[in-house]
Design a protein around this ligand. Structure first.
Ligand code: NAD
Length: 486
């Protein structure tokens, strides 16, 4: 199986646990990795036990003083080399990602470039960890403020962006001087292991980055969070699991950054450039086949342009080439697994029961793999159940509105608050609406907001903290205040 993988990707991918610079088979057997486009097993990856995860914490703790004392320029240069190695291997890494995640090759290539960019960005940020020196208001002393590495960080990542969610955490952690234990999603451990091998090739010392794939995430992560040597948890995944981990982390008062679920509204106002809105909708909905926390989940379209928007959007979706992510010209691959596909199918059925009109799709193609056809639903009532759930698939429910305040109220009627999209030619309206939307990020006349140089994150139940930008680096630091009488 491993030989097949190497011949398809053109690279050798490690499949063991990485602890203290040593790759090992692990004590609890292996986890099969499934190609969602064929339903076949493509590799077996080592399955870490809680004891092995704690061993990885020990390795990260042992490597911490040396790495924290390594000059920021040297830490940055290692990240910069990792960026260059990822770009040099982009084709092979993208093929590997398609095999374990299912996404179309062009989406996988885009993710590798995006993922590598976190290493380049944080290579630059490593040398910009500023502090403050000021005179106390009383004049009696000076106030010194420094940012020190927070310590050993546990990183838990989802399957939907198997490389970028890892680099978005490893980049700032290493730049700040922290050491890490990464627990990737069991569906997609190969990309994370490949990234770890690249960091090692780039000269990152043994023990600074450890990786523990596991089929038993709960006990493994709990064991690490119970270890007092761990000072940071950075989690990306569902709100449901995030809530459980916040509870666990509260026992040891661990510093937490949480990137959780989304339910992005996509607002198209009456004066919008409809063709531009359709173009943006294609990206906001279809990047990663809809399996993105930033995916447009609810389309609120002004009555005056709703017919034109829905018809043009459905025509673009109908023209997409659905197939195995590695096949030539494919735009949309399968969903990650059969449970995800069942959930998407149930949501579409519930939307039609709630009164939505099926314009396109609404079925799973009859072929191996976890495929679901691009789907558009029009005239979905604002109260429909589908609007309250993360769809995580290629399904676009359209709700019509006539009044700006009504559109804002509907957009905000969710416990999530990650990202929103607004289409209007009136920038004043765009900014006004953006300020009223309860989300951490807004795209105005853009279907994508993600940028390693910008602070990514949500409000409400979409999370705590920010990744990317300078803010992403500060998440891996503690503020130290020193009062000095000099
Ligand atoms: P998930 O919450 O099921 O899993 C995420 C990670 O947590 C995986 O590594 C998983 O193995 C682990 N996990 C699961 N149960 C656990 C437990 N009890 N204890 C410890 N770890 C546990 O999410 P998913 O299905 O892998 O990913 C999809 C979700 O991730 C969606 O909700 C999506 O919106 C969210 N997401 C958010 C962002 C963001 O930046 N806000 C980015 C990507 C994905």
């Amino acid at each position: 199986m491993a030989a097949d993988l190497a011949s398809i990707t053109g690279m050798t991918t490690p499949t063991g646990l990485l602890i203290g610079g040593q790759w090992s088979a692990g004590k609890a057997g292996t986890i099969p990795v499934i190609d969602p486009g064929t339903e076949d097993s493509i590799a077996e990856v080592a399955n870490a036990t809680p004891e092995e995860a704690v061993e990885a914490v020990g390795a990260a703790y042992a490597a911490l003083p040396g790495w924290a004392a390594t000059p920021p320029r040297v830490r940055g240069e290692a990240l910069r080399r990792a960026y260059e190695l990822m770009i040099a291997d982009a084709d092979a890494l993208a093929r590997l990602m398609v095999l374990e995640n299912g996404k179309a090759l062009k989406d996988a290539k885009a993710e590798i470039v995006y993922a590598a960019e976190f290493f380049r960005w944080f290579a630059e940020e490593a040398v910009r960890i500023d502090g403050i020196v000021k005179t106390a208001p009383s004049g009696a002393n000076r106030i010194l403020v420094q940012h020190q590495p927070v310590g050993v960080a546990v990183l838990v990542t989802p399957w939907n962006f198997p490389a970028a969610m890892a680099t978005r955490k490893i980049g700032p952690a290493l730049a700040a001087g922290c050491t890490v234990v990464l627990k990737p999603a069991k569906e997609t451990p190969l990309s994370a292991l490949a990234v770890a091998a690249i960091l090692s090739d780039a000269g990152v010392p043994d023990g600074v980055v450890n990786v523990v794939p596991t089929a038993t995430a709960g006990p493994v992560v709990s064991a690490m969070l119970a270890d007092s040597r761990v000072r940071k948890l950075s989690f990306t995944g569902s709100t449901e699991v995030g809530r459980v981990l916040l509870r666990t982390a509260s026992e040891s008062i661990i510093n937490c950054s949480m990137e959780l679920g989304g339910n992005a509204p996509f607002l198209v106002f009456a004066d919008a450039d409809v063709d531009a809105a359709v173009e943006g909708a294609m990206i906001a909905k279809m990047r990663n086949g809809g399996e993105a926390c930033t995916a447009a989940n609810r389309f609120y379209v002004h009555d005056a342009v709703a017919d034109e928007f829905t018809q043009k959007f459905a025509a673009r979706l109908a023209a997409l080439n659905v197939g195995h992510g590695l096949d030539e010209g494919v735009d949309l691959g399968p969903l990650v697994n059969s449970d995800t596909r069942s959930k998407v199918a149930e949501l579409v059925e519930s939307a039609t029961r709630d009164g939505g009109r099926l314009v396109l799709g609404g079925h799973a193609p009859d072929r191996p793999g976890y495929f679901y056809a691009p789907t558009v639903l029009d005239n979905v009532p604002a109260t429909a159940g589908i609007l309250g759930e993360e769809i995580f698939g290629p399904v676009a429910p359209v709700v019509r509105f006539t009044d700006t305040d009504e559109a804002i109220a509907m957009a905000n009627a969710t416990e999530y608050g990650l990202v929103s999209y607004v289409y209007t030619k009136d920038l004043r309206l765009g900014i006004q609406v953006s300020e009223a939307l309860e989300s951490g990020m807004v795209g105005i006349n853009r279907g994508v907001v993600s940028d390693p140089a910008a602070p990514f994150g949500g409000v409400k139940q979409s999370g705590l903290g920010r990744e990317g930008g300078h803010e992403g680096l500060l998440e891996f630091t503690e503020t130290k205040y020193i009062a000095v009488d000099w």
